[in-house]
Write a protein that binds this ligand. Structure first.
Ligand SMILES: [Zn+2]
Length: 251
């Protein structure tokens, strides 16, 4: 079972890379056939085996011999390992399915926001629907409806921060995608842990922003990966963060 989960993770990893790299370029990912990015040659099934195709083709397209991005290999392996680790942590349970949604969202946002500075709507919409369904099935409809309320409140808080930032700095401080992502974070974590993850994301983004400012003089830093990273960390360690909140409010 663990091996099967790992293989499914590899397949999803290559799908997420396609989503994260092709959707920002407005390419159709569902109905178009897989093709080489350099020569556009359609790929056969044996060119699409996760990890192995890349290794056997020595990282090159078998038709035009142009280099294939190492990102393919890294993304497949990372997703496979994350799926496997989740299965070993949770087994086949509600927590595991929610974990899969969380890390899938994180991986797609990592690709699209770091490469193209965009958070796509479709992964946000799909993951919102899946979260609501999952909560409805496992925790009951009232709990699912309540988490929608939590999502909306977190969205409004982020929207207010964005509004304030734009007023203060006279330019767009947070992207619209970041604000929409906070809705999904509220859906998954509810309000208290959602707020914790917003705070954590600023701490994660700070070293990167400073480094990028000094090394590349770049003021435009994608914020989505840090939000998604904070979501993942807070989700995995949610009992610890809940205990921390209880402690703070008991003082
Ligand atoms: Zn090619």
């Amino acid at each position: 079972m663990a091996f099967l989960i790992f293989v499914i993770g590899l397949l999803f990893g290559s799908f997420y890379l396609v989503l994260g790299t092709r959707l920002p370029k407005k390419e159709n990912v569902v109905f178009s056939r897989s093709h080489c990015d350099s020569c556009n040659h359609p790929l056969k099934w044996y060119n699409l085996i996760p990890l192995l195709s890349y290794l056997f083709q020595r990282g090159k397209c078998s038709y035009c011999h142009e280099k294939i991005s190492i990102l393919n290999f890294v993304m497949e392996l990372a997703t496979g390992i994350l799926f496997l680790v989740g299965y070993l942590m949770y087994g086949l349970s509600y927590d595991f399915y929610m974990y899969l949604i969380v890390i899938s969202l994180m991986l797609i946002i990592f690709i699209s926001d770091f490469l193209y500075m965009i958070i796509l709507d479709s992964p946000l919409v799909v993951s919102s629907i899946l979260v609501i369904l999952l909560k409805g099935i496992y925790l009951g409809v009232p709990s699912a409806l309540l988490s929608i309320l939590h999502g909306i409140i977190l969205f409004l808080i982020m929207y207010f921060i964005q509004y304030l930032g734009t007023k203060l700095f006279k330019k767009e401080s947070l992207g619209g995608g970041d604000v929409k992502l906070s809705l999904v974070m509220g859906l998954i974590l509810n309000l208290n842990l959602g707020l914790v993850s917003l705070i954590l994301s600023t701490f994660l983004a700070l070293p990167y922003s400073i480094a990028s400012l000094y090394l590349t003089k770049n003021h435009e830093v994608p914020y989505g990966p840090f939000l998604a990273g904070a979501l993942t960390i807070v989700y995995i360690f949610s009992p610890k963060f809940m205990a921390l909140l209880d402690f703070i409010f008991s003082i």
